[in-house]
Design a protein. Structure first.
Length: 284
């Protein structure tokens, strides 16, 4: 019988993970099936236990269960611990192993698919919610020179910077100085090579309210949200003169590839899967 995996969430019908993992399995010759698992909002643990008892080997975990998955895991990677959230569970003979592949997914999409080096880069990370927390440690591990966390609610950015416990991390609001010299006087980096939008402002079709003058200083403006059209953040960045923009579809595929690697010990090739999803999103 094929090994069973699934994505568990609520809602979960929209998830593209089954299609991504079916393509990975076909490409690598792995014998597995990958399903969708809708868990009641108060029934995450029961749903996961039932899946495991019926022979399930691992799960991807999506909204709103990543914190519960963290608590459910008996062993966790350091990056999951730093994220405070788990998006990948593996059921081993000796228990439940939890990881968080979102951050490494972002790093791989930027460095491998988009070819932008992160070593020595100055990064502006917009947002201080779960998504921002999940990518913080992998960005630091990638060797960034400075990481500035800017959030609408400044105290949450400050909390995140404290949690990171790394001298490269600074916190501020969206009202950071537009002028480079004024930024330096405020103890912030002179320029930002990469701006990452990890807010959910895009749900209101809006870009975070940072000064437009910041965009052209960046080599890349990256939105963790994805869609059929460029997001409001990408549009604002391009209009202000940023050289390159990207949405989070590549991150989605890369975090899935890291989960697949954790489960099967094989790294799938992501580019054809990314291209197919992009075409599907565009309606081709
Ligand atoms: P969250 O924990 O609810 O945090 C939301 C963040 O967005 C907070 O920093 C919040 O600021 C900010 N925010 C919300 N509305 C805003 C607005 N109108 N203007 C400015 N800032 C606003 O959510 P999350 O889990 O971090 O998710 C954030 C986004 O990342 C979601 O859209 C999610 O889909 C995306 N994501 C993508 C991937 C991927 O694979 N591509 C993976 C994970 C997440 P305050 O603190 O001031 O409220």
């Amino acid at each position: 019988m094929s090994d069973r995996y699934a994505v568990v969430g609520n809602p979960v019908a929209h998830s593209r993970s089954p299609s991504i993992h079916a393509q990975f399995a076909a490409q690598t010759g792995q014998d597995l099936v990958y399903e969708r698992l809708l868990a009641p909002l108060d029934g995450f643990v029961a749903t996961v236990e039932a899946f495991r008892a019926s022979g399930g080997r691992g799960l991807n975990v999506t909204v709103p269960f990543k914190l519960e998955a963290f608590a459910f895991a008996q062993r966790r990677t350091a990056r999951a611990t730093m994220a405070g959230a788990v998006n990948t569970l593996r059921f081993d003979a000796d228990g439940v192993f939890g990881d968080n592949t979102d951050g490494i997914g972002l790093v791989r999409d930027i460095t491998v698919r988009l070819g932008q080096g992160l070593g020595d880069a100055s990064v502006l990370l917009l947002g201080a919610g779960g998504a921002a927390r999940g990518v913080l440690q992998p960005l630091l591990d990638a060797g960034v020179r400075a990481l500035t966390v800017a959030n609408r609610t400044v105290s949450r950015a400050e909390d995140l910077a404290r949690l990171a416990g790394d001298a490269r991390v600074r916190a501020c609001g969206f009202d950071l100085p537009a002028d480079a010299q004024a930024r330096v006087r405020a103890g912030l980096p002179e320029r930002f090579d990469l701006i990452v939008n990890a807010t959910s402002a895009g749900l209101d079709d809006a870009a975070p309210a940072i000064p437009a003058a910041l965009y052209p200083t960046a080599r890349l403006c990256y939105d963790m949200v994805y869609g059929a059209r460029p997001t409001a953040f990408m549009t604002a960045a391009a209009a202000a003169g940023c050289a390159a923009t990207a949405d989070g579809l590549g991150m989605l595929v890369e975090q899935a590839a890291e989960s697949f690697l954790l489960w099967r010990g094989v790294r799938p090739v992501t580019e054809p899967v990314y291209r197919r999803l992009r075409a599907e999103l565009a309606g081709h």
